[in-house]
Write a protein that binds this ligand. Sequence first.
Ligand SMILES: Cc1cc2nc3c(=O)[nH]c(=O)nc-3n(C[C@H](O)[C@H](O)[C@H](O)COP(=O)(O)OP(=O)(O)OC[C@H]3O[C@@H](n4cnc5c(N)ncnc54)[C@H](O)[C@@H]3O)c2cc1C
Length: 487
Amino acid sequence: MQQQLRRRRRIVIVGGGFSGAVLAIHLARRAKESLDIKIVEPRARLGSGLAYSTTVPDHFMNAPSTLSSIEPEDPHHLSRWLEAYASERGLDVDAWRHEGQVFTPRWIFGRYIEAQLNVVAEQCAPAVLVRHVRAAAAHITRRANGTIVHLSDGRAIVADQLVLAFGATPGRPDFAKDLPHGQPGYLGDPWREDDYSTLAGGSLVLLAGTGLTMADAIATLEAKGYRGRYLAISRRGIRAFERRSPAVLPSFLDPADLPTSLTKLWRQVRAVLRDLKCNGGDWQSVVPVIRAQLPDLWRSATAKDKQQFLRHLRRIWEMSQHRLPPPASRLLDALAAQGRLEIKAGRIQRTAARKDGRLGVAFKPRGGDHVQILTVDGLINCTGAQHDLLRATNRPFVQNLLASGHIRPGPFSFGLDVHPDLRVLDAKARPQSWLFAVGAPVRGVHWESNGVSELLSQVVGLADRLAARADTKEDGVELADNVIVVA
Ligand SMILES: Cc1cc2nc3c(=O)[nH]c(=O)nc-3n(C[C@H](O)[C@H](O)[C@H](O)COP(=O)(O)OP(=O)(O)OC[C@H]3O[C@@H](n4cnc5c(N)ncnc54)[C@H](O)[C@@H]3O)c2cc1C
């Protein structure tokens, strides 16, 4: 069957979290021709994705509202929107204020993105149509004049350009590999809020990880009424730091003359840290300076320096960068003071289901010779995301893209491989002019590809490039007779 294409260019975005929704916003505004933007997303709401779908009121953004605006030219956009949103609903913005900075509850940040998308969709129609296709993408078929995106419900969409914005995958730690699928008491996906209710009546919950996901898991359990003890374990036993808001440090990195090796960069950073220490400064002021240059530093680094960074400095950087919003930090402090939260250094070796319904956990303390056996009511995987797509076997769409050669694993097994302009490289390393990716999947090439500010600059750049294209074909796309096309 020949399906006649309309002149309207069709852009399909797979994933309607922050990246997909904010891309649609900036693309719709920049469109110079009629566009049909479809966002394929199984969740009911657009803009929330994994991070902002939470219903837990004590899950906060980890950066203040002035750093989370989606208008690059207007850093106070979110702050103003929040004031209006809160006053309409009788909410108190001051309850989210710490040292003069507002930390937005994450569920409200999701509403912010959704509201901006709705405004733009209304303003730009009918020239630009933005629609939510509520389904998951399953696989794609490439035709000479377009791409067919097959959905999990049997329907299909035709795309002139396709953007992959499918976010991160929860990791699967080795220590849990012996537990049967669906083992009661084991929460392998820490972001499935409903599963937490099963632990609410317990007396000891073990958290594998001491970072931001651990803090989120604790806030979720507290919201579900859990009043038992927590034991959080990580290799070094260091809890995520609280985010402070020190005075802005003038940049010590010149974008036009960045250090040419990791050793030179590290030397420079250490000198600044020493200086700050002597003068009563705060090491946290160094983080935004490095962060601003990190994509360029990463792209220009040699493979050897990247490996050295991953081996020796990655953890330090991630701990410095991913800090707790003050309210989350206060909650952990309070629990520790009550004797309900303990943090230990060591390694979880194995886990096993016990006959009494609890879990047995073999734990080796750091520096110790003996393995301890712990009995816990629950174990929550807070080890973070799985960046290696080859191991993300629970994502059929990704596995199908790999199998069909449309994507290939990214550098150092991080996500997928892209050209710096975000065109996806196929299995033969050829950039594809019709396929793009943003967000966590491009981490191997852009490194910082997780926080709102990096994602915003990625999607704004991609929106510029997509809007500048005008390569719509009038020809038909071959479709099998049994394919139902989403109009
Ligand atoms: C719990 C958590 C808290 C965070 N907090 C912060 C924070 O405070 N500040 C900050 O800057 N960053 C934070 N982040 C980082 C966060 O990843 C980014 O800010 C941003 O939300 C990522 O958005 P995304 O759209 O790229 O990915 P996601 O939010 O993961 O969205 C991807 C979407 O793709 C959909 N999808 C996946 N596969 C398919 C498919 N086959 N078909 C269709 N749709 C699909 C998913 O349903 C999902 O909605 C947090 C991350 C997490 C996980």
